[in-house]
Each structure stands twice: as structure tokens, then as C-alpha cells.
Design a protein around this ligand. Structure first.
Ligand SMILES: Nc1ncnc2c1ncn2[C@@H]1O[C@H](COP(=O)(O)OP(=O)(O)OP(=O)(O)O)[C@@H](O)[C@H]1O
Ligand SMILES: [Mg+2]
Length: 422
């Protein structure tokens, strides 16, 4: 019964003597050997039966005889010691058998010292393990590809932000150029008039001079007539306001350029503390040059708010929101900016009473390239750029809109402490 049991075990058993000759093979082995009568294998050295692994088997068996200690070989080191096949449990497909082998020392009165080779078929576990490894490698590759893609997207996004910045700065610059043109136009016209007035004045002075010289010889020309000939009254009335108006025009040009410089150019990059009120005042000065009908107003609690932020991107974000508000107003209207600061956060609300946003559009407005503006007037990037900038400040942006009545955007920025310089 015992022999029957050993014969049927799902483990290969091969017993060899010190000359490596086979003493016993169970069915597991016999069923997988080339079909010869079983007794042909008995007394044949195992190294002859499996010549390809002869060296390895010899070494292992010998060590067992010498040390009288078991020896183990794991499938990952040496997967296929014996050239047997195994069928996969699910697919039934035949593959080379993955094996664990253990050689243990035994002895019998009849044969003396023996070595018993146990062979375990671990094809199922090994193929599962290998498949898992393949999967893990594929996942790792996919993960790496995704990381590379994220990096690419990141750089594409910064390019986009840069492009948008250029576009809105360009738009702003175009508006400002137009506005500078106006005062320059009337200052030029005033100067032309003043030049003519100057000629009249010189003429008048010359005539008066001549009149004084001729005083003794001829009857005098009446002074009133002279003054009249040279339109002296007009010169007297018109010259001072012309000069004042020109002066004011030049002041306007200077202010615009000053604001533009402060808002757009003096940006050293990086995080720093700014006076939010001054920054938004400059922004409004710039926007109102271009959008004249809305009334712009900033309110602030407390009166002065300092904010540690990245001014470049934050200004861009608030400007994009405020520009949208100004663009949503046709005719009369207002754009109010309400600033609030608490111990934990700063809130910037941009409120307009313009067109409002259709309900179905509200969830799309932060998507890049979503625009309801006619071609050429909007790229649909303003809010997506604002969103990214606000995220960078760990803040959030909310919107509530009433079609036909107006819109409120609120940016909430958590307090971020300046990093102390080391
Ligand atoms: N205050 C607002 N009132 C009404 N609609 C708004 C307002 N703000 C945003 N929108 C809507 O959201 C859309 C997307 O705004 P976004 O600033 O991203 O792009 P855009 O203004 O169309 O183009 P760009 O800003 O690139 O010039 C706008 O086209 C507009 O329909
Ligand atoms: Mg916009």
C-alpha cells in the first residue's frame, strides 16, 4: 500500500546510490520518461539518463552524500532540470515544466547510503508569477509613459500660459496704444493752433513796433484796429486753455505709461509680498483706458491688504477675470472688486452687472479654448489660465451668475507664509 501511495504521489521521486545509479523511480518520473520498459532505467546512472544536467546533478547529489544534508534547488535559479513537459491548468497548453528539486539523504540496509530526489511541478505558480511580473513591468512602463506625458502636458501648459500672457498683454497694449493716440492727437492739433497764434502775436508785436516808429510822421493807426487785425481777443482767450489741455493730455500719457510699467513690466518673478490694493488700482487704470463705459470700483477691508503671492501669475489671473467682466458689459454698468482679508485667507470678488453666463456654459468656462466670443475676440484661455494660477496659490475660484443680471467671480487664497530666507 505504501509503495502504491509513493507511486501515485504528484511529486517525482527518484532514488539513487552513491554511483548515481537509479534504484527507484515513481510513476511521476516514469510517465514522463521516453517510453522504455521501466526496468531499463534501473541501475542506469541518473547522469546518463539526463546528460544535459549531468554535471549539476552530480555535484548536488555528491554534496548530499558527503554532508548528509538536504540540498534544494528553486525554479527561479534553475527552472528546467529535468526535460519534462507540464500542461497548464487553464489553457491545457504544454510548456516546459518549472521545477523545484530537493535531494535528501536516506539509507537502506540493502543499498546503504542513498539520495532521494524529490521533484515538484511548480509550472502553474511559476507562470502565474511570471505573468504577474510581466504585468508589473507593463504597468511600470505605462506609469513611466504617463509621467512623461504629464511632464509634456505641464510644459505645453506653461507654453499656453505664456502664449495667453502675450496675447492679453498684446490686447492691452493695443488698447493702450489707441488711448495714447488720442491725447497725442489733440496735443498735436493744439500745437498747430498755438503755432498760428504765435505767428499772429509776432505779427502784432511787429506792427506795434512799426507804429511806434512811424508815430511822428503819419497820423496814427488806431490801436484797436491793430488788435482786431491780429485777433488779439481770441489769442488771449484761447491760448491758456489750449496749453492747459495739452498739459493734461501729456499727463494722461505719462500716467498710462507709468501704470503699464508698474503693472506689467516691473515683475521680477518668484513669490513676494505685494500691496494688493495698489496692484489692483493700477490694473483698473489700465483696463479702464480701454473699457470706458463700466464704472470700476475697488473696496477693501481692511484698507490695506498685503499678500504673499507670485505677483506675475496672480495679476494675470485677476486681470483675466476683470477683463471678462468689462467685456460682458454693453453700455452702462459696473465692475466692482471687493477685497477681504481674514487671519486665514484673502478673498477677491469681481462683480459685474453684465450679460451673465448661460447655465449650460457655467461648467465649461474654465476649459481651455471655451469661448462664446466672436472669432478673433476671444481665445477662450483667460479663465483656464486664471484657474491654473489660482491652483498654484493653493486657492480656489467660484462663480455664480444670473443671466441678464450679472456675474460674481470669487477667488479665495489661503494665507501662505513667506519662506524665511536661509
Ligand atoms: N463676467 C463674465 N460675464 C459673462 N460671461 C463670462 C464672464 N466671464 C467669463 N465669461 C464666459 O466665459 C467664457 C470663457 O472665458 P475666458 O476668459 O476663458 O475666454 P474668453 O474671454 O472667451 O477669451 P480670452 O480670455 O482668451 O480672450 C467667455 O467666452 C464668456 O462666455
Ligand atoms: Mg477672457
Amino acid at each position: 500500500m505504501f509503495e502504491q501511495l509513493v507511486g501515485k504521489l504528484p511529486v517525482g521521486i527518484c532514488i539513487v546510490n552513491e554511483a548515481y545509479q537509479v534504484i527507484f523511480l515513481n510513476h511521476f518520473f516514469l510517465d514522463r520518461m521516453p517510453s522504455q520498459p521501466a526496468q531499463d532505467y534501473i541501475s542506469t546512472p541518473v547522469t546518463t539518463l539526463f546528460p544535459e544536467q549531468a554535471k549539476f546533478l552530480k555535484r548536488r547529489i555528491k554534496s548530499v552524500f558527503v554532508l548528509q544534508h538536504p540540498s534544494f534547488s528553486y525554479w527561479q535559479q534553475r527552472p528546467h532540470i529535468f526535460p519534462f513537459k507540464s500542461s497548464r491548468p487553464i489553457t491545457g497548453e504544454e510548456t516546459q515544466m518549472f521545477q523545484n528539486m530537493e535531494i535528501v539523504p536516506i539509507s537502506s540496509p540493502e543499498h546503504g547510503k542513498l539520495a532521494c530526489i524529490f521533484l515538484q511541478d511548480v509550472t502553474a505558480q511559476a507562470s502565474y508569477y511570471l505573468a504577474q511580473q510581466e504585468l508589473a513591468a507593463a504597468l511600470k512602463k505605462e506609469h513611466e509613459e504617463q509621467l512623461a506625458l504629464i511632464k509634456k502636458l505641464d510644459s505645453a501648459q506653461s507654453q499656453l500660459i505664456q502664449a495667453e500672457k502675450m496675447a492679453s498683454t498684446g490686447q492691452l497694449a493695443a488698447g493702450i496704444a489707441h488711448e495714447i493716440n488720442n491725447p497725442i492727437g489733440f496735443v498735436t492739433a493744439n500745437l498747430d493752433t498755438l503755432r498760428e497764434y504765435g505767428e499772429h502775436l509776432i505779427g502784432l508785436c511787429d506792427a506795434l513796433h512799426n507804429r511806434i516808429l512811424a508815430h511822428q510822421e503819419a497820423p496814427p493807426i488806431p490801436v484797436e484796429q491793430l488788435l482786431d487785425d491780429y485777433h488779439y481777443d481770441l489769442l488771449k482767450d484761447d491760448m491758456p486753455p489750449l496749453i492747459d489741455e495739452s498739459r493734461e493730455g501729456l499727463d494722461r500719457v505719462r500716467d498710462i505709461v507709468e501704470n503699464l510699467k508698474k503693472f506689467a513690466l516691473e515683475d521680477t518673478g518668484g513669490w513676494q509680498s505685494i500691496n494688493l490694493n495698489d496692484t489692483l488700482d493700477q490694473m483698473i487704470q489700465l483696463i479702464s483706458v480701454q473699457y470706458k463705459t463700466p464704472v470700476f470700483k475697488v473696496t477693501s477691508h481692511p484698507d490695506v491688504i498685503n499678500l504673499y503671492c507670485e505677483p506675475g501669475s496672480l495679476k494675470q489671473a485677476v486681470m483675466n477675470i476683470a477683463l471678462n467682466a468689462a467685456q460682458a458689459i454693453e453700455g452702462k454698468g459696473f465692475v466692482k472688486i471687493e477685497l477681504r482679508q481674514s487671519a486665514v485667507s484673502t478673498s477677491i470678488k469681481v462683480i459685474d452687472n453684465g450679460s451673465g453666463i448661460e447655465n449650460q456654459h457655467v461648467k465649461k468656462i474654465f476649459d481651455p479654448f471655451f469661448t462664446t466670443k466672436p472669432e478673433g475676440l476671444g481665445q477662450g484661455l483667460g479663465l483656464s489660465v486664471a484657474y491654473t494660477a489660482i491652483e498654484k496659490h493653493q486657492g480656489r475660484i467660484t462663480v455664480s451668475s444670473n443671466l441678464g443680471k450679472g456675474t460674481v467671480f470669487e477667488v479665495i487664497l489661503p494665507l501662505i507664509e513667506p519662506v524665511p530666507e536661509t
